[in-house]
Design a protein around this ligand. Structure first.
Ligand SMILES: C[S@@+](CC[C@H](N)C(=O)[O-])C[C@H]1O[C@@H](n2cnc3c(N)ncnc32)[C@H](O)[C@@H]1O
Ligand SMILES: [Zn+2]
Length: 184
């Protein structure tokens, strides 16, 4: 994400707050018309990697499901924490990153997929996880972390989607790696 973008990539940019990591209590989200809605999610074991975040209700396309919250840190501090193995750092702006390794940031459990049902929307103040299609109860939330080409080989993808490109990589680069693999 660039959470990983964090780990050096950049998110697809598209167009109030969580409490407690576990359980399925409502989160403050926004529906497609901008009305406040409670969105229930739960943390659970993922087929993709470690823990994942799952829906406990149907969610409509374009709903802002929950924010990615955390500590605002400088780029220098970000590099330090990445080096220490923190996988929850999210690239926010040219100046700051967000360290999502804080209690209450359930969004940090969302895994990457080559077949996402969400995307990230970065506003001036916040990072939102937004549904890009209707999502059914029980589905794992997932978005494309949007990593760049520089280091994609270091991030193999285990999303298990039919269209998986085997690496955690922004969709805009998929054509390039397909061309590369045809050369060998
Ligand atoms: C922000 S965390 C996601 C939540 C994580 N699964 C957990 O249990 O805390 C990012 C980490 O999850 C793993 N991950 C997420 N999506 C993945 C994928 N598609 N394939 C392989 N590993 C993935 C990687 O280890 C990555 O460093
Ligand atoms: Zn994949």
């Amino acid at each position: 994400m660039q959470l990983w973008k964090n780990n050096l990539a950049s998110f697809p940019r598209r167009r109030p707050s969580a409490s407690g990591d576990a359980g399925s209590e409502g989160r403050n989200g926004l529906d497609a018309r901008g009305e406040m809605v409670k969105v229930r999610v739960r943390v659970g074991k993922s087929r993709i990697a470690g823990q994942g975040l799952f829906t406990v209700q149907d969610i409509q396309k374009d709903t802002r499901i929950l924010p990615y919250v955390g500590e605002r840190i400088s780029k220098k501090e970000s590099v330090k924490r990445l080096t220490q193995g923190n996988v929850y750092i999210f690239t926010f702006s040219d100046q700051y990153d967000i360290d999502g390794k804080v209690l209450g940031n359930s969004a940090r459990y969302i895994n990457h997929s080559c077949d996402p049902n969400c995307e990230v929307e970065i506003t001036r103040r916040s990072i939102w996880i937004v549904a890009i299609r209707d999502i059914l109860t029980g589905e794992e939330l997932r978005y494309n972390y949007g990593y760049g080409m520089e280091t994609y080989g270091d991030f193999p993808c285990n999303c298990k989607a039919k269209n998986c490109v085997r690496y955690i990589l922004a969709e805009e680069y998929w054509g390039l790696i397909k061309k590369k693999s045809q050369r060998f």
